[in-house]
Design a protein around this ligand. Structure first.
Ligand code: ACM
Length: 544
């Protein structure tokens, strides 16, 4: 008999006596996209649906029901069969719930033994999410993770009923999105000559080139795959800072077109930012034309974080722009940049997403604000009247280590424990999002180590209504980790003591951070403390 340890916890669950047994012969009735998805998501590990002639059946029925909302569903398992009702999206989540009612071994995806039968406990579920935005940011700019891993990551999000993948596609250290009009963005911008070994503050490098980008076709295919699972992909092209890779490819975008820059190799924030020329605005707008063509999602994130204003302060052209646009200060050029992009994307019926620095410098009306610089920015953005995605670093930055331990793989800064993630109360926002900045996540194994189970905890913050109690979650998590085990997910065991760390598989020839696996970090590499990092968790790279 399966245990009922569903994650995220459903809004209402009543378990009854008895069970229904699924066999490869159990008939399935479902509208086509749902039937196919059921086969793809659940079928591999169970051998059903087999389309047999039995009387007890599984049926998935699309209904409009205001009580269920856009993403809700009802699921009833009785001795007579399984019946799910809901919106099209709701039925996709019902599939994930049904999957979790099956034994954990079915998550392995291998062919089942001949004649396998799968018991499902009799129960009734009425379920719908607390927040419409349940996101996960994956930074593929610092390390370009294989596209195959992105598919697996989408599967893991869908399994947790997380519905947004925020792909951070561009940064100082790499440009990963193919732009047909500007091929040098990937010919030059997708390569850097070397990467850090250990922490950036150690200032050591590996002399190894890192390259990679995604073709538009690869991303279109990924978008389609994700959408079938209820996951939307929001692209981010981060401007006007974090653009050194683009400026390396097209120096005319920078504030000194005669200066030859390389794609950045240092884990920090480049001081080289976009200039404020009309041609540069048109360049970015042209890039966004291709972005919207690949990503149908309503929101395009245009960044706006961590923009050192020094180059603008020293620029006569920037001073002219401040005067012409009737701005009060150079800092306001950040809001001016966002307005140029917001107006352009409005022509496609899209809105922009921005990091919360824009709150200080003129957020265009209608923007979606991603509040990241500590939890009080969430309230500030909301009080300023914006739709807010809560992404405060002290609760949702999963690139931070999970605990103080000298055995933890090297992390950027600070500590975000699992229990703190679970305790997060986002308030009146449209949703929550966990961040995986990838400076210190060079491999998919390390991404999984940092993501899970903290993303599991966040999925429940985003989905499950009512009071949350960590002890109760922790018990359910034990069953859930068996599913992740079956999938081979390299999660960090939640009760890991120092020196028991299962150090993730390193890339060939080196530890994940360049050290031999399991070795102690060099002196001074310990995470700095449990308290939130007060400023940006990066270092400014001075101009050469
Ligand atoms: C950020 O962490 N720079 C949004």
């Amino acid at each position: 008999m399966s245990e009922v340890d569903l994650v995220p916890r459903p809004a209402q669950l009543t378990v009854h006596d008895g069970q229904f047994t699924i066999t490869p012969e159990t008939p399935v009735h479902a509208p086509n996209p749902i039937a196919e998805l059921l086969r793809e998501v659940v079928g591999g590990g169970t051998g059903f649906p087999g389309g047999g002639e039995g009387t007890a059946e599984i049926s998935f029925i699309v209904v409009e029901d205001a009580q269920l909302g856009a993403e809700g569903y009802r699921l009833r398992v009785s001795a007579d069969g399984i019946r799910a009702e809901g919106s099209d999206t709701g039925l996709r989540w019902a599939i994930q719930t049904l999957r979790q009612l099956l034994p954990a071994e079915t998550f392995g995806g291998g062919a089942p033994a001949a004649g396998a039968r799968w018991p499902v406990p009799c129960l009734e579920i009425v379920d719908r999410p607390q927040y419409p935005w349940r996101g996960s940011l994956l930074d593929v700019a610092r390390w370009c993770h294989p596209v195959k891993f992105l598919y697996r990551y989408v599967d893991l999000l869908a399994m947790h009923k997380l519905n947004i993948l925020h792909l951070h596609l561009t940064d100082d250290q790499g440009w990963r999105f193919e732009v047909q009009r500007y091929p040098k963005l990937t010919e030059i911008g997708a390569h850097r000559t070397e990467s850090h070994i250990g922490h950036a503050r150690d200032n050591r490098f590996d002399s190894t080139r890192h390259s990679g980008w995604y073709s538009q076709q690869e991303l279109r295919d990924l978008v389609r795959y994700a959408a079938r699972r209820g996951v939307r992909i929001m692209p981010e092209v981060d401007v006007p800072g974090h653009m050194q890779a683009a400026i390396a490819a097209y120096p005319e975008l920078g504030n000194d077109p005669h200066r030859k820059l390389d794609v950045a190799t240092f884990w920090g924030i480049s001081s080289h930012i976009l200039n404020v020329a009309d041609d540069t605005v048109h360049f970015v707008q042209n890039v966004l034309d291709e972005v919207v063509d690949v990503f149908p999602f309503d929101v395009v994130h245009v960044g706006g974080d961590e923009v050192p204003p020094d180059e603008w302060m020293a620029s006569a052209a920037a001073a002219d722009r401040v005067r012409l646009a009737e701005l009060s200060a150079v800092d306001q050029l950040l809001g001016w940049w966002a307005s140029q992009l917001s107006a352009h994307l409005a022509g496609y019926g899209r809105r922009i997403g921005v990091w919360d620095e824009l709150l200080d410098n003129g957020v265009p009306p209608g923007s979606l604000v991603f509040a990241w610089r500590e939890a009080h920015q969430v309230a500030a953005a909301q009080q300023a009247g914006f739709d807010v995605v809560a992404a405060p670093q002290e609760f949702t930055y999963f690139d931070w280590a999970e605990a103080h331990s000298p055995d933890e793989p090297v992390a950027i800064a600070g500590v975000v424990p699992l229990e703190r993630v679970y305790s997060y109360q986002p308030g009146e926002v449209i949703g929550v999002q966990g961040q995986l900045w990838s400076e210190y996540l060079p491999t998919p194994e390390l991404v999984e180590w940092r993501a899970f189970p903290r993303l599991t905890a966040l999925s429940e913050v985003g989905w499950s209504p009512g009071a949350r109690e960590f002890g109760e979650f922790r018990e359910r998590l034990t069953g859930h980790l068996r599913r992740l085990d079956a999938m081979g997910v390299n999660y960090r065991p939640p009760d890991l003591e120092p020196s028991q760390d299962r150090v993730p598989e390193p890339p060939a020839g080196a530890g994940p951070d360049g050290r031999p696996p399991g070795s102690r970090p060099p002196a001074g590499d310990e995470p700095p403390g449990d308290e939130p990092v007060p400023e940006v968790p990066g270092l400014i790279v001075p101009g050469p």
